[in-house]
Write a protein that binds this ligand. Sequence first.
Ligand SMILES: [Zn+2]
Ligand SMILES: [Zn+2]
Length: 342
Amino acid sequence: MKAMVLKKVSPIGEKPLELEDWPIPAPGPKQILVKISACGVCHTELDEIEGRLQPRLPIILGHEIVGRVESSGPEVNKFQSGDRVGIGWINYACGKCRFCRDGNENLCSEFQGTGCHANGGYAEYTIISEDFAYPIPDRFSCSQAAPLLCAGAIGYRALKLTGLRDGQILGLFGFGASAHIVIQIVKHKYPNSKVFVFTRPRQQKHQDLAGKLGADWVGATGDTPPAKLNCAIDFTPAWKPVVEALRVLEKAGRVVINAIRKEETDKESLLKLDYPTHLWLEKELKSVANIAKSDARDFLPLAAEIPIIPEIQEFSLEEANRALTLLKQGKIQGAGVLKMPE
Ligand SMILES: [Zn+2]
Ligand SMILES: [Zn+2]
């Protein structure tokens, strides 16, 4: 099979992914072999390629995979050949520990990430346990469904962790791929809730999109909104929005940070954390890490029902380096997706 392979950490400008011919993997017990139709291109791949995250090497990247079941190993009973399935970041968890038993496989200490610890979707085929594959609703093309498996599913989990109830006010700090999906979920599931969106100053395009998607108020981080927030999600790489979210948070409110890393350079913002202003009166701060099985499984049918149809720009598998370069430069319209030949 054709695969775009990362062998060593290097800047994306050096086109580090190499086209290689690899054997098609054989599915083991409970595993399915998936013929890949589409794989989304994500910022996490840039982190892996450029060394901010450490993948196993050599590795086939890619964790927003949609394809069809080609064949099955022994003991597979959830899928049949020809079924259309999606695969996200969660590739493996032990299934036995306390976190797995609670449905938080994302916190399992044996957690493995697709396209990081296990080979992913920048290829023609991949294998996955049937427990970590999800049916794809008919409403989506393969390319449309791919981005939902990352930005969509993690946005869904972040929203779940806020504990938002209908009628409460939610703040969104940063308005990229995940946030613009979250606002559509909120408008659908919590019709009496208000959503306040905070962007960087003068991010007119993001602010306009937020307005179009139903934001009840749009401003810049640091602005004081018309009412206090019951909960908030921070999607930014910086600390300042977290401190600001806590400042404008209602008593007993909760801020959820949806970011793998925070910029070291913005640490001085944290020093502005003032106990009476930002935390007193039972305010909470927590992070969201990866996704659990149930997040992808529950989010996909909800996205079809709303519907949330991502805007996509397609590339061929061989164009992976170019797609990632454009992603880094912020030049992709919507979400970038590698489309495999039928
Ligand atoms: Zn991703
Ligand atoms: Zn476990």
